[in-house]
Structure formats: structure tokens, C-alpha cells
Design a protein around this ligand. Structure first.
Ligand SMILES: [Zn+2]
Ligand SMILES: [Zn+2]
Length: 372
């Protein structure tokens, strides 16, 4: 409990904020972080946090308790998940919801999101690809139509008369307010039943193999998340919207390329003579065409050769990255005595006529110049 953020801090208000200030702060934050308006990873958890903070602070009794005990209320927290009901439509305005849900409303009893990971090669990330996956996903139980009731036979909940919500009259000081809460008896579904469905054990959903088809855009990056609306867990008791299926894209390691944004980086190990004379190296590339790397004569180990516009495509714009090749001097693992003798004879040629100090100074100049 202690790692929970302070409710006043969550809403960004003073400890003595009045109802109007609370409502104002909540309205702004809820609009900003509503998961259907905000694609950020943490939008949903932020939204829940904001909702919980407001639910507690806007309720005088709960606020008094919170002010006194903080999150460590004796006998456990009364503010647990789902234990609060805010009429968002009232606070945010009906237009907010119609613009998200196309006129409809998502019930608070919707199904949970599901996340899976999907591996692709760098080549597939380069071109984009159509993927097909066979997954075991929770699906609405057909025997009970997702109600969880044996044979699907439910009866209207007597407590809420099928509304799923009940009005609770509260007295706040001199005021009487009507609050709408989810019916506890039927958990908001409006239905109750006597016997659980035998096929799903009353859960309303069963694991079922499904074929999921989706398209990965060109330039897809590691960690990219594709959302498929409504393909997550079905809503409990067949009421409300299903959750979403989130597919996280994992791009497999390539044998020689590393990715840096849109650029592809590789190192090219070459022998001494290639550095001296220069050379052309042709290798297969992920775009299906050959990649020709031209190493200029008298190159130095540690220098780079850039091949423009052969890197990754952007998944946002028409741009394309470069291939950046790091030239690296590589030694053969064995030399014969004769080889060593020949090399020693060539020492003057190979080493050049600069002293070690001059070489160090030149290299430092070059390095400082190129990095500035
Ligand atoms: Zn069932
Ligand atoms: Zn009910």
C-alpha cells in the first residue's frame, strides 16, 4: 500500500481543495488520460489512479478517513479496485463519450486486455509483412452465450430490476445526492442465475483456438505494439465490451546488423592489404538486392563508410535510414615463421615514417575534429 501515490498529488490539488477544484482537476486529467483518447503505455493505469483518487476525495466520508489514515486504513483499504463509482458522463460531458464510443458506451465490466509477443526477422520488419497466428484465446462460451448460466437461462436481477446499476441516496451535510452504483448482486450485468454453465464453469468464456491475421507495417521496430480491438477477454457475463488483444513485435537479432533508429550498423573486418589498396565488398542485403561496400584505398581501421538510403524505412514517414559500415582491421589467427620474417622485412613500409608521438597527435586531432 505504501508505494501508492498520494491522492492529492495524483490530482495535483492542495489538501484543502474544495469540491469544485477537485472536479475541475479530475475533469482535465480524466480527459487527458482516458485510455481511448491516449495511446501511451501507462494511460490506462494513470486513468485508474486518477479515477480512484477522485472517487475517494470526492466522497466526504472516504476523504476524512484518507486524511486521517492515508492509504493504511485499519482493516484494509475500502478503496480497492472497482470499489468506486463515478458518473463520468456527468463530469466529462456526454460529447466526450459519444466521440469515443460512436454514441455507445463501454460498460465498466468490460473484458481484460491480453498481450502476446510475436517474433519477426529484420527482413520482415524491413518490408512489412502479413502475419497469421493460431492462438488459444478466451472466447465467449456458446453454450451459455457468455452469461455463465446453465443453458443460458438467466433471470432478471431483482435488486436492480435488470438495470445493472442502482441509485444510492447519500446525505452530504445538508445536501442529498443520488449516486449511481454498479449493482453488487449481479455485478452490473442485470442478470442472475441459479446453476453455472457446465461448459465454462460459470466463467462465460472458454479457451478456443483462433486464427488472428494482422499486418505489420514496414519499418516496424522492436517493442512496437499492435492493438486489435475487441479480441481480448470477453466481458464478464456477456455484458460490456471485450478487451483488446495487444501484439508486441519482437525483431530477431540479425547475423551482422544492429539497428540504430532507421540506420543499420555493421562492422566489416578486413585484412591489412584491403586497407592499403581499398576494395569492393558485395554482400546480400535485407532488401533482397546486393549491398556494395566500397572501401577507399589507405583507409584506417575505425573509419566508417556510409551507404545512403539502404537502411530501414520509417514506419511514419517516407524517409529511409543509411547503412553505416565500421571498418575493422582483423589479424589472421596464425602466422608461419616465414610469414613473420617477410612481415618484419616490410616493417618500414607498413609502419610509415611518422614517429609514435606524431601518430598519437594526428589521431587525437582527427578524433576531436570528427566528433565536434
Ligand atoms: Zn458457458
Ligand atoms: Zn443487479
Amino acid at each position: 500500500m505504501s508505494d501508492k501515490r498520494d491522492y492529492y498529488e495524483v490530482l495535483g490539488v492542495e489538501k484543502n481543495a474544495d469540491d469544485k477544484e477537485l472536479k475541475q482537476a479530475f475533469r482535465i486529467l480524466a480527459r487527458r488520460y482516458h485510455p481511448d483518447k491516449n495511446d501511451a503505455e501507462d494511460a490506462e493505469s494513470r486513468f485508474k489512479e486518477i479515477q480512484e483518487a477522485y472517487a475517494v476525495l470526492s466522497d466526504p466520508e472516504k476523504r476524512r478517513q484518507y486524511d486521517r489514515f492515508g492509504h493504511n486504513v485499519p482493516g484494509g483499504s475500502p478503496f480497492g479496485a472497482g470499489g468506486f463509482n463515478i458518473n463520468l458522463e456527468d463530469i466529462l460531458g456526454g460529447d466526450f463519450f459519444s466521440s469515443i464510443f460512436g454514441g455507445g458506451r463501454r460498460s465498466s465490466g468490460g473484458g481484460a486486455d491480453i498481450r502476446i509477443r510475436h517474433k519477426i526477422t529484420l527482413e520482415e520488419a524491413y518490408t512489412g509483412t502479413k502475419s497469421e497466428l493460431d492462438l488459444d484465446l478466451p472466447t465467449e462460451c456458446l453454450s451459455c452465450q457468455g452469461t455463465g448460466a446453465e443453458g443460458g437461462s438467466t433471470s432478471t436481477c431483482g435488486t436492480c430490476r435488470g438495470q445493472g446499476r442502482v441509485r444510492v441516496r447519500q446525505q452530504i451535510g445538508p445536501f442529498i445526492s443520488d449516486a449511481v452504483q454498479t449493482c453488487e448482486e449481479c455485478q452490473g450485468s442485470g442478470f442472475t442465475h441459479d446453476a453455472d454453465c457446465g461448459d465454462c464453469g460459470g466463467a462465460g468464456s472458454v479457451q478456443q483456438s483462433q486464427t488472428i491475421r494482422f499486418e505489420i507495417p514496414e519499418g516496424a521496430d522492436n517493442g512496437m505494439i499492435m492493438r486489435m480491438r475487441g479480441r481480448g477477454e470477453p466481458a464478464r457475463r456477456g455484458r460490456g465490451q471485450s478487451g483488446d488483444l495487444h501484439i508486441e513485435i519482437i525483431v530477431e537479432e540479425h547475423p551482422w546488423f544492429e539497428r540504430s533508429g532507421m540506420d543499420l550498423i555493421m562492422s566489416l573486418p578486413l585484412g591489412y592489404s584491403d586497407f592499403v589498396t581499398g576494395c569492393d565488398v558485395t554482400i546480400p542485403h535485407i532488401d533482397g538486392k546486393d549491398l556494395k561496400i566500397s572501401v577507399p584505398a589507405k583507409s584506417n581501421s575505425g573509419e566508417t563508410v556510409t551507404i545512403p538510403r539502404r537502411g530501414m524505412p520509417s514506419n511514419r514517414s517516407r524517409g529511409r535510414g543509411d547503412v553505416i559500415v565500421l571498418l575493422k582491421l582483423v589479424m589472421p589467427s596464425k602466422f608461419s615463421k616465414q610469414d613473420l620474417k617477410k612481415i618484419k622485412e616490410m616493417k618500414e613500409i607498413l609502419d610509415g615514417d611518422l614517429s609514435i608521438i606524431e601518430r598519437m597527435e594526428n589521431d587525437a586531432k582527427l578524433r576531436r575534429h570528427s566528433s565536434s
